[in-house]
Ligand binder design. Sequence first.
Ligand code: MRU
Length: 368
Amino acid sequence: MKVGQEHFRTIWATDDELESRAVEIIDQTKLPFRFEIVRMETLNEAVHAIMDMLVRGAPLIGATAAYGMALAMRHDPSDKNLDDAYDNLLAARPTAVNLRWALDDLKNILSPLRPKQRLKAAFARAAEICDEDAAQCSAIGDHGLELIRGAYEKCGRSRPVNILTHCNAGWLATVDWGTATAPIYKAFEAGIPVHVWVDETRPRNQGASLTAWELGQNGVPHTVIVDNAGGHLMQSGQVDMCIVGTDRTTRTGDVCNKIGTYLKALAASDNSVPFYVALPGTTIDWSIRSGRDIPIEERDQTEVTEITGLTKAGDLETIQIVPSGSAAFNPAFDVTPAEYVTALITERGIATPTEDALMRLYPKESRY
Ligand code: MRU
């Protein structure tokens, strides 16, 4: 998608010779105030980028892990380093299943190869994973566009379609297009008037800082709201649909996503607002039946007790917002049971959140 007038992906390999090839990312901890590109040369830098959320969002975490394996092979393509790289990257963040998916994919490809063949193969496969992700998100957009078109027809084309989203499941969370935002970008490009309610998404404010920024860069009308406003907006008829992303979806359609998603789904259900979850097949964990079995990441208390923003003088500053000594608890994700999800928007089409429907869409992958 666009930053200014330029098209960017969120991650790419440099043009350097294979032996000195690096990987570049946009440092999302600096957005929306600074647009900085970070060059990664080592496995440790890739682990740090995932753990400290320079990159985040399930599909982008997977893509970064794939490139992390390539960077590890650049320095030492031995069997031992392949295993170590896998373990280090897997431990970087626990909830998004795309991380494990990408690492398994790379390991299956690299393990049978001779060490000296691994570097080239790893960079090639990581690039392919990025292309596949961009294509999948584009397809999610094409399917989801029809839902937005339907809502536009339903209101007699009389006003913009109001869509509420939580966290950032935008192009910044993927390689391009985004999952939840792909239908929105496609609708916008198709000339359907849309307006996005952007949940700020405490504690890290991915909505306020990332979703609002990327929608703004691409010209999509949007309004940032506090997390607690969604229920009121739905109750007063100001939301036509919710579209969110997911970090891990069970084979039965339970959806794990950024903390606060569940409350939005409850409010949507109570107000008969359709609640859609957009995802590529790589985000389905076929080994899990119940959302209760998904590991929920707990992050540092300081994400709750402090907040970072831009001072009037133009400096990025972090300040404390709770009394010294008060404890804080910071679960990063929650689970929305399938019964609250109207439909899943995948790259292969729209599915009801049931095991049967998912197995029909993914006959090969579901044979776990
Ligand atoms: O903690 P984050 O910022 O990595 O969480 C991101 C989300 O919850 C997204 O909604 C999810 O990864 C889907 S991204 C297309």
